[in-house]
Write a protein of this length. Structure first.
Length: 276
């Protein structure tokens, strides 16, 4: 019988090590322990050293850091019946360890599945143009809906980013044609507006020149100066009848025969016959 304690000594040491291991826990700064006593919730402990009653208390570790979940590619049909594939990234963290363990079973897959269904539901209420141009707003809508639904689980959804919107090849070609047509429409509108502004400016200039006859003559002389500066050998230009009309009047008063002059409109003034 004296040898019995020696045989039991290793077993006692192993049992003591197991009890110590199950009773003493060390939690990091970002971890919390949800402690249960005989299956009933007791409290949330940590970080640091946590002592448990062996065989009576158990704990569940909860990570409080922001976690990232990649939402798998989802088949989405927009409000204007366009099929596409969309994937996103979800950022969240546990704010209430008690609710995250007690209120929902496996909060990670539950949050992932909820994010997938919410993403399809939100994007299905918008047109394709809104998905492409207002991606930030749609991400914010998904984030707010998820945050409201996961609040009871003790989870805070901080951000949702729609990463990829993949269209079929036919839809990509259709969008390219639409963009090209829009660019042509804008170019025609700009050209028409330029023509209108130019014509309006010409009308205003004609009114100003027509109100002052001397201005028209000065403009005519300026045009002749510009033509002469080009060093042309022959210059053919019409002679406004208003310029030579004073000379014709002087000739008529002096009784000398007038010379037929062809005006700009092709009319020939009446010639006076020479005295016999």
């Amino acid at each position: 019988m004296t040898g019995l304690p020696i045989v039991l000594l290793p077993l006692i040491l192993i049992l003591a090590f197991v009890i110590l291991f199950s009773a003493v826990k060390v939690l990091r700064e970002y971890e919390r322990a949800v402690v249960f006593t005989l299956g009933r919730f007791q409290k949330v402990k940590g970080p640091g050293l946590v002592l448990l009653i062996p065989f009576l208390q158990q704990m569940v570790r909860v990570d409080l850091r922001i976690q990232v979940i990649e939402i798998p590619t989802q088949d989405v049909i927009s409000r204007d019946n366009v099929s596409m594939k969309v994937d996103a990234v979800l950022y969240f963290k546990v704010t209430n360890p008690e609710h995250a363990i007690i209120q929902v079973q496996s909060y990670l897959p539950a949050t992932n599945m909820l994010a997938q269904t919410t993403l399809r539901a939100v994007l299905g209420q918008h047109d394709l143009d809104e998905m492409l141009s207002e991606r930030k707003k749609l991400s914010s809508d998904v984030q707010s809906i998820l945050d409201a639904q996961t609040e009871i689980w003790g989870i805070k959804v901080s951000n949702v980013e729609i990463r990829t919107v993949e269209l079929t090849e036919n839809m990509v070609r259709a969008i390219a044609k639409q963009a090209e047509a829009e660019r042509d429409r804008r170019a025609k509108i700009i050209h028409a507006e330029a023509e209108f502004q130019a014509s309006q400016t010409l009308v205003n200039a004609a009114k100003i020149l027509g109100s002052v006859p001397a201005a028209m003559q000065l403009r005519y002389l300026q045009t002749l100066t510009e033509i002469g500066a080009e060093q042309n050998s022959t210059v053919v230009f019409p002679m406004p009848i208003d310029i030579i009309r004073p000379f014709l009047e002087l000739l008529e008063k002096s009784g000398k025969p007038s010379v037929p002059i062809v005006g700009m409109n092709g009319a020939v003034p009446k010639e006076e016959s020479l005295p016999q």
